[in-house]
Design a protein. Structure first.
Length: 183
């Protein structure tokens, strides 16, 4: 695609919360993303590949003692193509804050609006929770596509954590810290 070509339309995706039966597909997507994009995640592929799919049960709605609000999945033609997880703490002083973690879209469908669909749907769900007021996330500063997506959706950078990720090849990467007020 060249600069004058129109962006391909977003594929027709079904967005829905993750169910227990989805755990193997989620693990497969996550393992692939971690292996191909080590700079984009704080988790590493070598460690995560050894995890059992059941170990992600805490990412189901209400999982992990209520820490996980939900993991939203994007399905296209029967295949899992994207995911986003929203977590928060139950502690009284910070229960109004929610964290987006593990946002991912399959490589062959990136740049086609799936990430924006996942993010927008998640924000709509979060706005429906009266106790929630602030959404945070961290993103590798050099991941300009992701940073621009978050900015388009209203997130602003409130800081940068220098050297947040140290890769096995010696590269050291910064993480941008971003937030969005829900109310």
């Amino acid at each position: 695609m060249n600069a004058t070509s129109p962006m391909p339309a977003a594929p027709d995706c079904q967005l829905r919360p993750m169910h227990a039966a989805d755990l193997p597909a989620y693990k497969a997507l996550r393992d692939g993303m971690l292996a191909r994009h080590p700079e984009a995640f704080t988790s590493d592929a070598a460690t995560e590949i050894s995890r059992d799919a059941e170990s992600y049960r805490s990412r189901l709605s209400g999982g992990g003692g209520g820490v996980c609000l939900f993991t939203l999945l994007a399905w296209h033609e029967g295949h899992l193509v994207g995911a986003i997880t929203c977590e928060h703490e139950a502690r009284v002083k910070v229960r109004h804050v929610v964290h987006i973690v593990g946002m991912m879209v399959r490589d062959d469908l990136r740049g086609r609006g799936i990430g924006q669909q996942l993010l927008q749907r998640s924000l709509n769900l979060l706005r429906g929770e009266p106790v929630l007021e602030l959404v945070t996330l961290s993103v590798t500063a050099s991941n300009t596509g992701a940073v621009k997506l978050y900015e388009r959706c209203g997130f602003t950078r409130y800081g940068r954590l220098p050297g947040a990720i140290k890769l096995p090849d010696g590269r050291v990467l910064d993480k941008d810290l971003m937030c969005l007020r829900l109310r």
